[in-house]
Ligand binder design. Sequence first.
Ligand code: CA
Length: 160
Amino acid sequence: MHQCCVLCCLCTAFLSALFSGLDVTFVLTDHSKSWTEAQSYCREHHTDLASVRNEAENQKVQELVPGGGGFVWIGLFRDSWKWSDGSSSSFRYWRSGQPNNYGGQEACAAADFSSSGRWVDVKCDEKFPFICSGPSECVFEEEEEDSEEIEDDCDCICCD
Ligand SMILES: [Ca+2]
């Protein structure tokens, strides 16, 4: 991670801790990964795959993804449906007719932005962009980008 990002994340994390009522931040990652790969990425770089626990958080997700988008992973999966980060919310936003566990193999949830961002159950090894949650506003690209771009992509609330 770029040095600027490290400092900003520390600063933002401190502010988050100070104002513990501070809202969770959602970050859309455009690289397509399987649900499990996306979970690992979010846990390494942010906090976890996004839990969408109420209408306010659902609204944030809706605003994050451009109109006409496709499927985007969220942190919901089953035996019985639960959130990747352990959140206990029973808020759901399923598309009509979903979840249908088609073929008995659909154990992960994605938001379908070709259908108002409503949720569908799909096979976990499908590859989609995904939404992470985190306490910080620090956004950065993966390693293959050169350092100048990483700096450009470091967008932290403490940088100003
Ligand atoms: Ca389905």
